[in-house]
Design a protein around this ligand. Structure first.
Ligand SMILES: Cc1cc2nc3c(=O)[nH]c(=O)nc-3n(C[C@H](O)[C@H](O)[C@H](O)COP(=O)(O)O)c2cc1C
Length: 229
């Protein structure tokens, strides 16, 4: 069976899950494709985070480019709210969703380690051979969730470049929006913090607005939801 595993990850939580799946399946983790794919896999596993109760732009843009007959979708979220992203992701793909999960993890902006036991995802792996489509339950979103999510993130998080930056270009290379230029943030930044996390000089740091700091103090939601048939 041809199985592909794709991941978009800003701060490593989705990547940790993808790495676990890759190890179990003895395959490699690939970035979501930039171009329309030619080959069609039998099963594609896709791991991605929830951003502002929505799909991050790099996922929204690249998910429709994956060609597979069957999909397993895994959305990680920072225990605030997962919106309705699994249904939204399912509407973008050409193929059947045979299993899916909402996985609570540490929050990017709280610099929390990985709080999730990856072994809990084993039932998803057992569904890989399944042919039956699942029905994804719709979840209500906050009424403001679709109100300029990227602008909300930009207002809430400031990324700063220090003199330690030696313009090595790693952040430019790692930016999923292709908007970073040697530590200088471009207009399309989605505040995924991949640049901050990939800087070998620790020359990039981030600061939260008081409003976002307050919001992140809210009680956390811990639902781990598996959708299997
Ligand atoms: C721009 C941005 C927006 C986020 N919005 C939400 C959200 O609406 N709800 C939530 O629970 N977590 C939210 N998070 C936290 C991430 O969903 C969570 O930490 C996720 O596991 C990050 O995955 P990654 O480390 O693979 O990037 C957000 C994180 C970022 C960077």
């Amino acid at each position: 069976m041809v199985i592909s595993l794709y991941c978009f990850s800003g701060s490593g939580h989705s990547r940790a899950i993808a790495d676990y799946l890759a190890k179990q399946l003895e395959i490699t983790v690939e970035p979501l494709p930039d171009e329309e794919m030619e080959e069609r896999s039998e099963v594609a596993l896709v791991v991605f985070p929830v951003y502002s109760q929505n799909l991050p732009d790099p996922v929204k843009i690249r998910l429709p480019k994956i060609k597979a007959q069957r999909f397993i979708l895994i959305a990680t979220y920072g225990r605030m709210s997962f919106g309705n992203v699994l249904q939204e992701a399912a509407s973008l793909i050409q193929g059947r969703v045979i299993a899916a999960a909402y996985v609570p993890t540490g929050h990017t902006y709280l610099s929390e380690g990985n709080l999730f036991e990856v072994e809990q995802l084993r039932p998803l792996l057992e569904k890989i051979g399944s042919d039956q489509a699942i029905t994804l339950k719709p979840f209500p979103k906050n009424i403001f969730a679709n109100f300029f999510p990227n602008i909300r993130s930009r207002l809430g998080v400031k990324i700063e470049r220090s003199e330690q930056c030696n313009e090595c270009g790693l952040c430019t290379l790692n930016c999923p929006m292709k908007t970073m230029n040697n530590g200088r943030i471009g207009h399309h930044c989605i505040r995924c913090l991949r640049c901050v996390n990939s800087c070998p000089q620790q020359a990039l740091t981030f600061r939260l607005s008081p409003f976002l700091k307050g919001y992140l103090k809210k009680p956390k939601e811990e639902r781990f939801l598996l959708f299997l048939n």
